[in-house]
Every structure is written in C-alpha cells, then in structure tokens.
Design a protein around this ligand. Structure first.
Ligand code: SF4
Length: 515
C-alpha cells in the first residue's frame, strides 16, 4: 500500500468522525464533509512549500496562506447549507452519490448554469478567488478528451480517469489544475527549448509508469489542494510526445516543491494587520504558487494521456473555455462587493446623492451585469461532447473572459474615482490605534456623523485591496491573457460567413474575390 492510500484512509476516518459531529444538511455522502474537515485534511499532508525563503509547515495557520485556505473552505461549507446545497452539490453520474459540484462532470446545461450561479455567490461571500474551479475545469476537460483518445487509439485512459475521479468525488478532495508551463524562449516549441524543463516533460518511461520533470507556474490554490492534475499548456507537434501527457499526482508526492508567490501588501498580512489587509478573512486574490516536479514518479493508473500529441490542443482549449466562462461569475461576485463598498463609502462621505456619483455607480452595475450575462450565455449555449460531458459555448466563453479583462479595470477605475485620494494616503492601522495620534487620525479621516472613522478606513482599505495590482492582474491574465481570447474570437468568428451575408444582401456574386 503506498503512502497516499494510507493517508487517505486516515483522512477519511478523521473526516467521518468530525463529520458525524458537525455535518449538517445535504452534504456530500462521504469524505470531507465540511470546512472544518477540509482544514483538518490539509494538516495531514506533508507538502513542501516555501515562502520568502522559508518553509511553511502548516498552511492552515501561516498568515500568508490561511486566508486562501478559508476561501477554499467556503466551497466545502456551502454544501452543508440548505440554502445553497442545490448549487453547491450535484449527483455523480458515476456513482449516484451526492458530491461537491467542484468535482462534478457537467451533464447538461443546467449543470453549467448552476456552476455559474454558485461561483457568483462564492465571489460575493469571499470578495476574492476561492481557487477550487481550476481543478473542476481540468476534470471536465480531461474527462471528455480521455474519452476521445480511447475512441481513436483503443487505450483505457477514460476508465482510469473515471476511477481516479470517483475517488476524488467520494473523498471530496480539492484538485489543482496544473497547466501553465514556464515556456522559456516563447519563440520556440517545447521540443526546441534549450532547457527541456521549461515545459513539464517525461524523463523516463517504465512498464509501471513515468517520471516527470519541470514546473507549472501561477498555480491557484496549489498549496491548499490535495491533488494535482497535470496537463499540457499548448498544442504539441509530433516531436513533443514526451510533453503531451496528462496525469494526477498527490500534492505531497516525493519530488514536489512549491514556492508561494508574493502579492501586493503581503507584509501587512504577515504581520496580521487586519484593517490594513483590506480583506482580512480571505485576502485580495487566490494564493498562487510555482509547483516544481523533480523526477516525480506517476504510476500507470494515474496517467490519462501519454504521447497522443494531437489531443493537447483540444484539451487546452476545453480547459481554457470552461475557465474563461467562470470569470463572468466569480469576478462579478467580487464586483458586487466592490460596488457595495464604494456605495457605502459614498454614504459615509456624504456624496451618495450627487448625480455623478449615482451615474458612476449605475455604470459599475451595468458593466458587472453585462459581464455576468456573457457567463450565463456561454453556459446556456453549451453542448455535449462525445463523452456526454457538456462544454460551454467556446466563442461566448472567450468573449466573457475578454470582457472581464476590460470591465473589471473600468469598474476599479470608477471605484477609485468615487473613493477619492485617501485610498492612497491613509495612515496605517498603527496610527489609527495609537494613543498619541489615533484621535487626530479619527478626527481628520472622519465622514458623516455617527459613523466611526474606523469603518471608513476599513472600507477604504477593502477598496484598495480590490483595485490594487494583484487583484487586477488576476482578471487580466487568469484563464489566459487577452490576446489568447482575441485569437480564438477571430478564429471562431467565421468571417467567411459574414462576408457571404453582406454579399447576398447586395446581390454580389459569392465567387467574386479581390485579386
Ligand atoms: Fe475560480 Fe475565479 Fe479563482 Fe478562477 S479566478 S479559480 S474561476 S474563483
């Protein structure tokens, strides 16, 4: 019995014991049943994580990672609340068990829509990234592609994947979908890189499995996940067989090291300055890490693609489309919080009734709901893949994410416009709480009567965190940079059809072409 199976058995017994005491409502049938058990399960892992040059021993207590653990824990907590259980849980098509929606393969359009609604609610509750959707999107992309590889090559990836997924569903594990490679010299393909480790690749093939090496960057939620689903990040050519693979690895498997990234103002978090952190419970964005693989062994039953290069492109595209669809949901949840913060700040500052303030808040709401519309639209226009798993409409998913890269920035711009310059010049929490100068800060940063200055400062800090560098970069580059969407929008835009439509209207022969 390997180390991982032993761990899972221990985790299950712990989870079931605590679940029997604390579990309520329509929680998943088995495995981790609530937020408390999720946090307990992370303590049992032996992950190797570094942050600012030092090892993090316990992600559930370290100030850099704790807010992200809390945000992800909410995905577990919601499943236990009657009000949200219909969105937060699903019935597994593999087992008939009630499972977390974050481990579910979408079976119809209703599933796609429920996911979107769930993500907006979680965005509203956390005001940040709750990280668990990356694994969900990886699961859905691999499920459909493994099926199609088997159809072509008579392999058994699909059955292997379903066995692995059943374990993930029943144990209610969090999976990090690991896609983005470092890429080294971007002008060269994986096979042409001077350093082969710039793309995660197979270093050795054995009868019982493979060894892999390389790194994945920007891995949201990695440090507080249980499993890694490794996928290629680009379409591969025939020379790149050792780069075209998919596999699942326990997060604490030997040879895996994670390096947790810095975020804007993280020193405030490290010193646990709760007011100055802005969003002290859940942080400004999801926690991202580099995952380094140093000759990590993967047994055959955890490999779901192995050298079928032509399927890399479709896999990347399906994953990206699912994740791009999400951005019109989770980010609109964040925008709801931001709009609320700015509106309340306007009340505290006595500007709420000014017509230009109302107009700007109206514009923020309009942009937010327009973004949400595209998320709903790409889900409502979804369709089944040959495996039966449902895909979002890929054109509309790309439009959705492209909108996120613009609207979030415009909403942030309007928020800063309305909030005023004090967002950039606020004295620190230490000054606010100082015996000597605290009264001065309270006096000169006050707003209307009867509202404590501290509340104005807290709202200001929240706006600062939600409109700052890290938060906006995530909207820009998460799920692919804007240019990636524009390439797909043009490719799927069917310009030929549009030209034919214009010609037909004017009676211009279809065969006529400029020389
Ligand atoms: Fe989920 Fe949004 Fe975070 Fe992506 S950015 S993992 S979709 S919450």
């Amino acid at each position: 019995m390997n180390k991982y199976v032993t761990k899972v058995r221990y985790r299950l017994s712990t989870a079931m014991l605590i679940g029997a005491i604390f579990g309520k409502g329509q929680s998943p049938n088995m495995g981790i049943r609530n937020a408390k058990e999720y946090i307990e399960s992370l303590r049992e892992l032996e992950t190797v994580i570094y942050y600012k040059g030092n090892r993090i021993i316990d992600v559930t207590t370290h100030p850099a990672t704790l807010p992200h653990v809390r945000a992800a824990a909410l995905t577990y907590a919601l499943a236990n609340q009657d009000k949200y259980a219909e969105l937060a849980t699903a019935v597994s098509h593999l087992t008939g068990h009630v499972i977390s929606r974050f481990t579910h393969v979408h079976q119809n359009i209703e599933d796609l829509l429920k996911k979107i609604k769930l993500l907006r609610i979680l965005g509203q509750m956390t005001g940040t990234c709750f990280q668990r959707c990356v694994g969900l999107d990886g699961i859905n992309a691999v499920y459909s592609v493994a099926y199609e590889i088997d159809q072509k090559y008579n392999t058994d990836y699909f059955e292997r994947f379903k066995r692995w997924l059943t374990q993930i569903q029943d144990e209610n594990l969090m999976v990090v979908g690991a896609m983005t490679d470092p890429k080294g010299d971007r002008s060269k393909s994986p096979a042409d890189q001077p350093d082969p480790d710039q793309y995660v690749h197979i270093t050795e093939r054995r009868d019982d499995g493979i060894f892999i090496r390389g790194a994945k960057l920007h891995m949201t939620g990695a440090v507080n996940s249980h499993e890694i689903l490794v996928m290629p990040s680009v379409a591969m050519d025939e020379r790149s067989k050792s780069y075209a693979f998919v596999c699942a690895i326990p997060i604490d498997a030997p040879g895996i090291t994670m390096i947790f990234g810095r975020q804007a103002n993280d020193d405030r978090r490290d010193r646990e300055e709760r007011i100055d952190m802005g969003n002290p419970s859940f942080a400004a964005v999801g926690g991202e890490a580099v995952i380094v693989f140093e000759n990590v062994f993967v047994p055959n039953d955890r490999i779901f693609m192995n050298g079928e290069t032509e399927f890399s492109g479709p896999l990347v595209y399906r994953f990206a489309a699912h994740h791009r669809a999400n951005y019109g949901a989770c980010k609109t949840g964040l925008m709801d919080v931001l709009i609320g913060a700015v509106s309340y700040l306007a009340q505290i500052q006595g500007t709420a009734n000014a017509s230009h303030v109302k107009d700007k808040i109206t514009e923020m709401i309009h942009l937010c709901e327009t973004l949400y519309s595209s998320s709903i639209a790409c889900s409502a226009e979804g369709c089944p893949t040959p495996s039966g798993a449902y895909m979002v409409n890929t054109m509309l998913a790309n439009v959705c994410k492209q909108n996120a890269t613009r609207f979030h920035f415009e909403i942030a711009r309007l928020a800063l416009d309305l909030a005023g310059g004090f967002i950039a010049t606020l004295p620190s929490q230490y000054d606010l709480e100082s015996e000597n100068i605290g009264p001065l800060v309270k006096k000169y940063f006050s707003g209307v009567e009867h509202i404590p200055t501290e509340h104005r400062v807290k709202i200001g800090r929240l706006i600062e965190a939600m409109t700052g560098g890290t938060a906006l970069v995530e909207s820009m580059h998460g799920a692919g940079s804007p240019q990636a969407q524009r390439i797909m929008i043009l490719r799927e835009g069917d310009l030929g059809k549009k030209i034919r439509l214009a010609k037909a209207l004017l009676g211009i022969p279809n065969g006529e072409k400029p020389s």
